[in-house]
Structure formats: C-alpha cells, structure tokens
Design a binder for this molecule. Structure first.
Ligand code: ADP
Ligand code: MG
Length: 240
C-alpha cells in the first residue's frame, strides 16, 4: 500500500530524513516512535505530500508522489491525516465538519454526505453531537470528530501524528479505542505515538526513528524485548 525507497528530505541544507526505506502492506498497522525532532512528522507528511520530497520515491496505493503529474488532491484523499491539534472548523457544526470534504472534494450530494457523516459519527460514538459546535465538545470528542472527518473521504491509508498528545489523560482511551476499531476493520495505518500500550496491543510492526533514520524495527514482541540498539534502549527507558 505504501512504498518508500531511498527517501531523503532536506530543509535548506539540513537533512531531516536520511535514506528511508519502508514498505507497508494493506491492512498493516505500523507504529512509529522516536525522540522529538527525529523526523516522525516529516515522514508522515511526505506520505501525503504535505512536504515536497527531496529525493527518492514514495508511492501510496497506485499514486507516485514523486511524479509531478500526480494529482495532489487525489493523494490527499488516499491518505487521511489526523493531527495532534484537531483543526476543526469552529463555525461549522460537527456534521458540517464531517460532510465538507465529501461535498467539496468528492462532489457528493449533500443528502448522501449527511447520511455518510451520521454513519461515521455513529462509528466514533458521537452521532448525538452532530448538531453541536466544536467548542461544545471535549478534546477527546473533537479528536474523534477529526477522525470521522478524515474517514469521510474514504482513504486507503490513515496517518496519525501524535493524536492523543494534546489530550488530558482521561480522554486518551476513547480516541485509542476508535483507532483500535479501525485497525481491527483492516485499515492501513501509520501511527506516531508515545502510547507504548497501544503499540504493544495494536501494532503489527513498531519502528524506531532517530536523527532522520529508521534505527530499529520489529514486531511488538521483538521490538520491546530483544533490544539491541543503545539509542532505543535509552529512549524506551524514558517513555515506558
Ligand atoms: P518529530 O516529529 O520526530 O519531532 P519533525 O519531523 O517534526 O520531528 O522534525 C524533524 C527535524 O526537521 C527537526 O530538526 C525539525 O526542527 C526540522 N523541521 C521540521 N519541519 C521543518 C521546517 N518546515 N523547516 C525547517 N526545519 C524543519
Ligand atoms: Mg512530530
């Protein structure tokens, strides 16, 4: 589903991603961990072309992101992204936030988009909040709306960039539960998170990034028990 070969990303003269090679299969859940500044967000942003790729190749489904002829809007609908900050439109209801994409990007009729929107709000447990505004919701509820909004474009891949880092601890579980449901349903997911419990329970593969490189990776069992890399050991001793 995602193919990354020899990806390099520079900001000016600084190289922040160094020769990343990564293949992610359909239905696979990959959790990415690593210290702040190691390039996790930049990697996610290269997968849906929020960043230009300096060199190398990135393909998502059948779309080659490095081909200038590829339609960026198609890529963005293939790979949905959920951020630490929810970025909901404050002047729109919850349902309007969710239906905006299907109507504007997919050209879906309003009635059909609302049916889909209510279905997705039901999935994230927020159908009864459809007519509320974002500022009437808790952080956990806002993030669940943001997930529903991404799903409304029917992405093949979901990218999560520290989706629970801005939440009060008691609200983290409800967001992780929605993500677990998506994983169980077979969604291909790349998740940057510090929630090691989620990684152990849900990931098919865990990847450790440091200084712009993939330094270690493996199944959760192997990753958390057979630690051969010193930087990974030091990182885990701080977060677990
Ligand atoms: P992480 O998500 O792992 O914390 P990032 O991908 O955000 O790391 O950042 C990786 C490196 O790239 C950091 O050194 C950061 O300062 C730098 N960086 C990120 N975005 C930009 C940008 N737009 N311009 C310049 N440098 C950036
Ligand atoms: Mg980041």
């Amino acid at each position: 589903m995602i193919h990354i070969a020899h990806l390099h990303k520079h900001f000016g003269t600084t190289e922040v991603l160094h020769d990343i090679n990564l293949d992610i299969h359909s239905g696979e859940v990959v959790v990415v961990v690593g210290p702040s500044g190691s390039g996790k967000s930049t990697l996610l942003r290269c997968i849906n072309k929020l960043e230009d790729i300096t060199s190398g190749r990135v393909t998502v489904d059948s779309y080659d992101l490095t081909d200038p002829k590829t339609n960026i809007n198609h890529v963005r609908t293939e790979a949905g992204m959920v951020f630490q900050q929810f970025n909901l439109f404050p002047h729109m209801t919850v349902l309007e936030n969710v239906t905006l994409g299907p109507v504007k990007v997919r050209g879906m009729a309003r009635g059909e988009a609302e049916t889909l929107g209510l279905e997705l709000l039901d999935k994230v447990g927020l159908r009864e909040k459809a007519r509320n505004y974002p500022d009437q919701l808790s952080g956990g509820q806002k993030q669940r709306v943001a997930i529903a909004r991404s799903l409304a474009l029917r992405p093949k891949v979901m990218l999560f960039d520290e989706p629970t880092s801005a939440l009060d601890p008691e609200l983290i579980g409800e967001v992780l539960d929605v993500m677990k449901t998506l994983a169980r349903e077979g969604m291909t997911m790349v998740v940057v998170t510090h929630e090691m419990g989620f990684a152990k329970e849900v990931a098919d593969r865990v990847i450790f990034m440091d200084q712009g490189k993939i330094v270690a990776q493996g199944s959760p069992t192997a990753f958390f028990t057979e630690i051969t890399n010193d930087r990974l050991r030091s990182f885990l001793s701080k977060v677990v």
